[in-house]
Design a protein around this ligand. Structure first.
Ligand SMILES: [Zn+2]
Length: 369
């Protein structure tokens, strides 16, 4: 049923449309026309103008034939981590690679291509399917911003699937970490390092003392923490009066996320105070964790559909965020399905054609209900 050549052609076309975050106009225009040609009512929200981007989130709605069933959605993001202007994809032994000069952009064009091919298959074979919503978001790579600003008045689905993770096809992420960004500034006292160092308060040294006491790395099986950037000081003969620390905490458990964040904040505050420095710690929650029980409909449907086409379903936990975190925050149970992307965000990125075909088969099976 899946038209392999058409799927490949669509994928190649999509990755050749340059669409870094906030520059999604060209791909949004293409996808709106495409969705209309596949029988969808199409809407674009005002998220782009709100965020200073060039296009909004695109929503397609396709009335199903099995009207007794609930509406579900499939979603993928339109933006890529960076521009891949001029990249020429190449195929070697059934694997699609970038030409090595840029990212391929299979993250997340692989998800988009699979969704479009699913709609083609449903249409041309006149297949009975449940009511569907298609959500193509902008600015996922900047911090899930398209999904965060999505006009939820346009979404009627009971549950849905984001296609935005790697791994074997059949991987169903039903649990994912939430993430806090931690930004701190420690202010000490500048002084000449040679003439009167006793008048100085070394902000870099205080940061060092704080970091030495901080639990970082893998905290437990569902919690991680990192300080990823430190900046401060000017020259060797001035005691540095300011240092910036930027880090994060992640956990699949809301309370653990909170506890780890508090721990990091407390250490910075306590160490600054003990050493006569002033500090300010800013915490920003980027997204919350989610966990969906295996017996919930969104997971059951994916598992049963995978079995029906002889794909092995694998429930998985992810330490990374995706638009699925945001949909779950909106109380729409949403799993993240692997669409086969490999080495995303690098110039070595690739995707297997066989995986694109398989994920499309899985989508068709889920859509049929
Ligand atoms: Zn992605």
């Amino acid at each position: 049923m899946i038209n392999r050549q058409r799927l490949i052609k669509e994928f190649l076309h999509l990755v050749e449309i340059d669409s870094p975050s906030k520059c999604e106009t060209a791909i949004a225009k293409y996808l709106k026309e495409k969705l209309r040609s596949l029988g969808c009512d199409v809407f674009e929200d005002d998220c782009g103008s709100k965020m200073g981007g060039s296009a909004g989130n695109i929503i397609g709605r396709k009335i199903g034939k099995s009207e007794q069933k609930n509406t579900i959605f499939f979603s993928a993001h339109m933006d890529t981590i960076e521009s891949n202007f001029g990249m020429k994809p190449c195929i070697k032994e059934d694997i699609i690679y970038s030409d090595g000069t840029h990212i391929l952009g299979g993250d997340d064009k692989g998800g988009i291509a699979a969704i479009l091919e699913m709609l083609q298959v449903l249409q041309e074979n006149n297949i009975n399917h449940r009511p569907l919503e298609i959500v193509f978001t902008i600015s996922e790579e900047t911090g899930l911003d398209g999904a965060k600003n999505l006009d939820m008045g346009l979404i009627t689905s009971e549950y849905g699937y984001v296609l935005d993770v790697g791994g074997d096809i059949g991987t169903i992420v039903n649990k994912a970490a939430g993430r806090n960004r931690i930004e701190a500034v420690i202010c000490g006292q500048a002084a000449h390092a040679g003439f009167e160092p006793e008048k100085g308060i070394n902000a870099i040294q205080i940061a060092g003392k704080a970091l030495a006491q901080m639990e970082l790395g893998r905290i437990d099986d569902e919690t991680t923490a990192n300080i990823g950037r430190i900046e401060g000081g000017k020259v060797t003969n001035i005691i540095p009066d300011m240092v910036h620390l930027i880090g994060e905490a992640r956990s699949c458990d809301k309370e653990k996320l909170c506890a780890q964040t508090n721990h990091m904040t407390h250490i910075i505050e306590k160490t600054s105070q003990e050493n006569g420095a002033w500090c300010k710690v800013n915490i920003k929650n980027l997204y919350l964790p989610f966990a969906i029980e295996p017996h919930e409909a969104v997971i059951l449907d994916a598992v049963e559909s995978a079995h029906s086409i002889h794909i092995n379903p694998i429930l998985a936990t992810s330490g990374g965020g995706s638009d699925a975190n945001i949909f779950n925050q909106y109380n729409i149970p949403t799993a993240n399905l692997s669409m086969g992307m490999e080495k995303a965000h690098t110039n070595e990125e690739y995707i297997k054609i066989g995986d694109l075909v398989k994920i499309t088969q899985l989508l068709v099976a889920i859509a049929q209900g």
